[in-house]
Design a protein around this ligand. Structure first.
Ligand SMILES: [Zn+2]
Length: 87
């Protein structure tokens, strides 16, 4: 059994799509992780108990519930990191 912050998965998934559209932005690992940590710090965690492989079918519906908050948190994080990259 594992405890997992499902919000983290959702943020990484959206972050990939959103950063790929920012063509003037650095896509390095450091910048990606900075965007992810800033976004996650402004979002509530959502812990789920998982067996390997089970998590996605169980909590898929949560994505639509959180997606607006996630997109706005990532947008703010992208603005911050793009202005002052730490790589
Ligand atoms: Zn970078």
């Amino acid at each position: 059994m594992h405890l997992k912050n499902y919000m983290e998965d959702l943020v990484w998934e959206k972050l990939g799509e959103m950063m790929a559209k920012q063509q003037d932005m650095c896509q390095c690992e450091r910048c990606r992780h900075d965007v992810a940590s800033l976004a996650l710090n402004s979002l509530p965690p959502h812990y789920v108990v998982t067996d390997t492989g089970e998590v996605y079918t169980r909590v898929k519906g949560l994505e639509t519930q959180f997606v607006i908050d996630i997109v706005s948190a990532i947008s703010r994080a992208i603005v911050t990191v793009r202005a002052q990259p730490r790589h």
